[in-house]
Design a protein around this ligand. Sequence first.
Ligand code: NAD
Ligand code: IPM
Ligand code: MN
Length: 357
Amino acid sequence: MKYKIAVIPGDGIGREVVDEGVKLLKLISKIYGDIDFTLEYFDYGCDYYVKHGVMMEEDGLEKLSQFDAIYLGAVGNNIVSDDISLRGLLLKIRQGFDQYVNLRPIKLLKGVDSIVKNKSQNEINMIFVRENSEGEYIGTGSHMFKGSDRELVIQDSVFTRYGCERIIRYAFEIAKNSNKTLTSISKANALNYSMVFWDNIFNELKEEYPEVETHSYLVDAATIVMLENPEKLEVVVSSNLFGDILTDLGAAIAGGIGLAAGANINPERKYPSMFEPIHGSAPDIAGDNIANPIAAIWSVSQMMDFFGREDIGADILKAIEYLIEEGTHLPRDMGGNAKTGEVGDRLCYHLKNIVKM
Ligand code: NAD
Ligand code: IPM
Ligand code: MN
């Protein structure tokens, strides 16, 4: 099969880690023989904004819609304000392409050192299903009475029955098909409209899935469970903002932000899905070539799964585990001193060997 992939390196370390993911994609085309990628680059991002006054072309979404998948690095820098850069590119793609499922594995790979001690790989193995199209990220609101002492802002938060049902149902399906428990995270004690609505829909859908064991936690208490008893969480479903925050915590639990990957999925495949590390552009280390490319490479594994090539997805994770076990080519955040490119090269070396085996 041949797939067309739009590559958006974006800003900061996004550009550095995407280079390594692209190395892997090129290698995959070469060594598997039955899969091939055409890559086309788009220079959208903060530099593009400085030149053109927009984060992407007016017909950018239309151009991207021609691809099977989008591979993104990260967006944001210290020059363009975040509300412009992220709204104008990352969130525009997620929402414009109705990528309403954000799948983020929180999975401890073999050999990875977790800040949570004495937990096995089996015990830190969650899949977060984050709502990715609405909720707290809807992006509307108002700013009134500027300059007066009555000045106020309202940030809308929109939860539709359609939006809640489809994401919770998606999570139930994963739990059912993988024979895992499903946990819903909410906060109805304070958010008396949105989260009461969310909880009600979760409870309604439970009736349709009697075979799935379910749990519910308030988001504040969920942070404790994640740290103290991560084994209690398997498939987890949450709103957009809670999922954002909890998956950074999850990243820390599973070895660090340099390892955490995410897929933005449009399950109907009406639009392309997008694969990216969950970290940002890391202006503090951008340009130093020390960024960990594993998160970006793990997101290539998710892309392979999405293309129905779970065999390749699993091989990539195996290559990451071999790299960690070997220990000689680890990036700085994992205690080593390998440069970003050296980590990527070594992962290619391991993947090649795995395929030869
Ligand atoms: P960040 O994820 O960029 O960085 C947080 C910390 O983690 C930094 O100390 C950074 O050096 C470190 N880090 C992140 N990724 C790493 C990697 N691969 N290897 C080693 N260290 C890594 O988050 P931030 O500092 O809050 O945000 C920086 C910018 O990125 C902001 O503009 C923010 O809005 C944006 N952002 C973009 C995305 C995205 O495009 N998907 C995601 C998060 C943040
Ligand atoms: C993420 C990021 C984004 C989000 C930001 C940059 C808008 O933090 O992908 O986790 O909040 O979704
Ligand atoms: Mn985030």
